[in-house]
Design a protein around this ligand. Structure first.
Ligand code: GLN
Ligand code: ZN
Length: 772
């Protein structure tokens, strides 16, 4: 590669780093503070120490410009809410009394004040706290946190760039406050918000910031002309400020599309763009917009969301093309490294053959530095690392783990017939009625029963060797006996085994499928102090042996009522894992679907007449841009049908969805062709039942009657009332009676009471139907 003057300035940078620390010190400190075991000063000291360690790591690896202000006790969108003074009325007193306690009150709620709503950060598994804004929202700048953290980084002698959520994205992520008039659009507050950003920028400038980054990921979604006009206005105002730091506007997670020429023309000093995956289209977009003459481009060429080693040569070639399009090109991961675990070298149990394919935050930081060096000094300067990278990539391509011929040929042989039940719904339904003999309005649950302390202890005891596999199995069996006995006594119609053996609905299956990899320390923040360890879809997927049949059959042996088999669907398996980057998602989904298809068939062969395949993540995995929806829904629904269509007509297939509103994917729900679907519905007063009815949904559905997110027990009158509301939309012959979701986070007392009320409600309404 030739070295140009622009290239000689290439710097390595990033937008954010995992917050938790090597041993999740942050989680321990924050939760300790909540419990009163850690003082506020000790919490602050832990946080400052973590920031210092992370900055040292980054600069030690060769990052030239580190991010500041990306650290958070809970969530960076909540930090932005504090920064702009948009504290909801109900939390204001708490925040005034004590800023830290008030902050956590907004995040977690108090006895008297509900927390802010939480929702997914774009299409990641990180959740942010939704700002609540209304016409009366009085913004006021509070730059303390940003200024203080910048000061800490500068005091270490580092070049630091504060990272803020940009004003347009902040407003687009907000929802109307509870008392806002109907139809209120938070974006109308832009002109009031911009002076607050101006003040924060001035404070940061005074504190020594040369550059400030404003993150505008909301601009990678489809945006209306009015929203794009808001972008123009926002950056005309902020760019036009005198005595301001230089502004870098960042976007990530997809291509910018129509927002790219808007930002390219804005009077800011640089753009940070994603060039990975579908966002690679930013390359053509940038060229079409005439590049960024006179501006800085930060090129996100290291995927900040997956855990795979970067193809350094490919990235260098992208960077080489970009050199012609901007005044200065710097190198970074595509987004904050918040979304990946900290350090792959901590994974001592992972086969070293596979470990060399993996890059977590530390490894991605090093890749970023290597690429900046290569860009500045030419490829000779990084020849050794390029050779090692080539070898790692080749070992992955050629590995029997990545390519299993048996899986490949089976996947290739899938036909449309494999993805269709052998009979249409009406005939299946008749056969199932004959086989199952269920009453009108059959009652069931979603699968899990309370994951008690005793169960968690049993798993810990097994891990620690205090009990052996037999001992563990005995405890699980005892639990299943109790769950079955309770359901029989309560009078439920279709029983479940309760899922006591499952730590997590994805991990349990990941641990039993070849091609999946579990990590020991691969923690990623899901929200607040909740961290998850997503499994890694590392290779071709196959099922060495049945995964659930033993437990379901055991449960069935204890009762004459049907016990529902319980599996996690292919889309949800992908959504809550790190996916492969070397083949289309659709191919991976198909492999998982075939493994599940075998499990479904084995369950059927073992005498299971009802099998549920959960797809709670079907809605949340929708691509960010509408243009991608149809293709996604096509492969997603096909994968579900592939998993479930291999059964006899009289085997009843259920599915379950939650955590979302489903109005816009009812056609996809229909395309699943499941005999019965259960859905979260209690909080919306059965809204989804009306949506299914409006669509003409032809099969059976169980809109949830009990909101399982709190210990509150809905009484008989309330439950029966919701059921009658459901009946207005769905005829009795196709209506099921069930809670919103699984009960694993609930305690036994409320589980008992609520399910008894649920059964009583079904009986009451059945009697009403008989009488009329
Ligand atoms: N079967 C699972 C359970 O009951 C479903 C969980 C979910 O939908 N998230 O726990
Ligand atoms: Zn659910």
């Amino acid at each position: 590669m030739t070295t140009t003057s622009a290239a000689s300035a290439a710097r390595a940078t990033l937008y954010g780093y995992p917050r938790q620390g090597q041993n999740r010190e942050l989680k321990k400190a924050v939760e300790g503070y909540w419990k009163g075991r850690v003082t506020a000063d000790a919490l602050r000291a832990t946080a400052a120490e973590l920031r210092r360690t992370h900055w040292h790591d980054l600069s030690g690896t060769g990052i030239h410009e580190v991010p500041s202000g990306d650290f958070s006790y809970y969530d960076h969108v909540l930090d932005t809410t504090v920064m702009v003074g948009a504290i909801p009325e109900r939390h204001r007193a708490a925040v005034e009394e004590d800023a830290l306690d008030g902050y956590f009150a907004m995040a977690r709620g108090t006895q008297d004040a509900a927390p802010l709503e939480m929702t997914k950060w774009f299409d990641t598994n990180y959740h942010y706290l939704v700002p609540e804004l209304g016409p009366d929202t009085d913004f006021a700048a509070d730059s303390c946190k940003q200024v203080a953290e910048l000061g800490e980084a500068l005091a270490l002698g580092l070049a630091a760039r504060p990272v803020l959520v940009g004003p347009v994205t902040y407003l687009l992520l907000a929802k109307p406050a509870p008392d806002a008039p109907a139809g209120f659009d938070p974006l109308t507050l832009l002109d009031r918000l911009l002076p607050v950003y101006a003040e924060v920028l001035a404070d940061l400038r005074a504190a020594g910031a040369e550059w400030v980054q404003l993150d505008e990921p909301a601009l990678v979604q489809d945006r209306t002309p009015a929203e794009l006009a808001a972008v123009v206005r926002a950056y005309r105002v902020l760019g036009g400020l005198t005595d301001r730091p230089r502004l870098l506007v960042a976007s990530y997670f997809d291509r910018l599309g129509e927002a790219l020429p808007v930002l390219a023309k804005a009077p800011v000093d640089g753009l940070a763009l994603d060039f990975t995956g579908p966002a690679a289209a930013n390359l053509e977009g940038l060229a079409a917009a005439g590049g960024l003459p006179g501006k800085r481009l930060v090129a996100g060429v290291v995927d900040g969301r997956n855990i795979w080693v970067n193809d350094l040569e490919r990235s260098l070639s992208t960077l080489g093309t970009l050199l012609g399009l901007a005044d200065r090109v710097d190198v970074s991961p595509s987004c904050s490294l918040l979304h990946v675990p900290l350090d792959a070298t901590a994974e001592k149990d992972v086969d070293p053959q596979i470990l060399r394919w993996l890059a977590f935050a530390r490894q991605k930081t090093a890749e970023t530095v290597t690429l900046a060096t290569g860009l500045s000094q030419g490829t000779d300067a990084i020849a050794g690392r390029l050779a090692a990278n080539r070898a790692a990539l080749a070992s992955r391509t050629g590995s029997p783990i990545a390519r299993d011929p048996a899986v490949r040929s089976r996947t290739a042989a899938v036909t449309d017939t494999d993805t269709r039940r052998s009979q249409p719904y009406a005939e299946r339904a008749a056969a199932q009625r004959a086989l199952l003999g269920l009453p009108l309005l059959p009652t069931t649950t979603i699968g899990s029963f309370p994951q008690t302390a005793a169960l968690r202890t049993a798993r810990a005891d097994l891990r620690a060797g205090r009990i052996d596999a037999d001992g563990y199995e005995n405890r699980i069996r005892t639990e299943i006996q109790q769950v079955i006995a309770f359901q029989e006594k309560a009078g439920l119609d279709v029983l479940v085994h309760g899922e006591p053996e499952r730590n997590d609905m994805v991990q349990y299956f990941a641990e039993r499928l070849d091609g999946f990899l579990a990590t020991r320390h691969g923690w990623v923040q899901s929200y607040g102090t909740r961290y998850v360890r997503p499994p890694i879809l590392a290779g071709d997927i196959s099922r060495p042996e049945p995964m659930t049949v033993r437990w379901t059959s055991y449960a069935q042996s204890l009762t004459g009522k049907p016990v529902k088999g319980m599996l996690t669907g292919p889309v949800t398996m992908l959504a809550w894992s790190f996916v492969r980057d070397d083949q289309p998602l659709a191919d991976t989904a198909r492999q998982v679907a075939l493994a599940l298809r075998d499990e479904v068939r084995d369950l059927e062969a073992a005498g299971t007449a009802v099998i549920q395949v959960d797809e709670p993540a079907l809605r949340e995995t929708l691509p960010l841009r509408v243009a991608g929806h149809a293709a996604y829904l096509a492969w997603a629904t096909e994968a579900f049908r592939l998993a479930t269509s291999g059964v006899r007509p009289d085997t009843q297939v259920h599915t379950h969805m939650c955590y979302a509103e489903f109005g816009d994917i009812v056609q996809a729900i229909d395309d699943l062709d499941a005999d019965v679907i259960s859905l979260e519905a209690a909080r919306s007063h059965m809204q989804v039942a009306r949506e299914l009815a409006a669509h003409g949904y032809p099969r059976a559905a169980g809109p949830g009657l009990w909101d399982i997110h709190s210990p509150r027990v809905p009484d008989l009158a309330e439950t029966a009332g919701l059921l009658r509301t459901g009946l207005e939309a769905i005829p009795a012959g196709r209506l099921w009676v069930n809670p919103d979701c699984g009960l694993k986070t609930r305690g036994w007392p409320e589980t008992r009471a609520s399910l008894e009320n649920l059964v009583a409600a079904a009986r009451t309404v059945r009697a009403e139907i008989d009488a009329s």
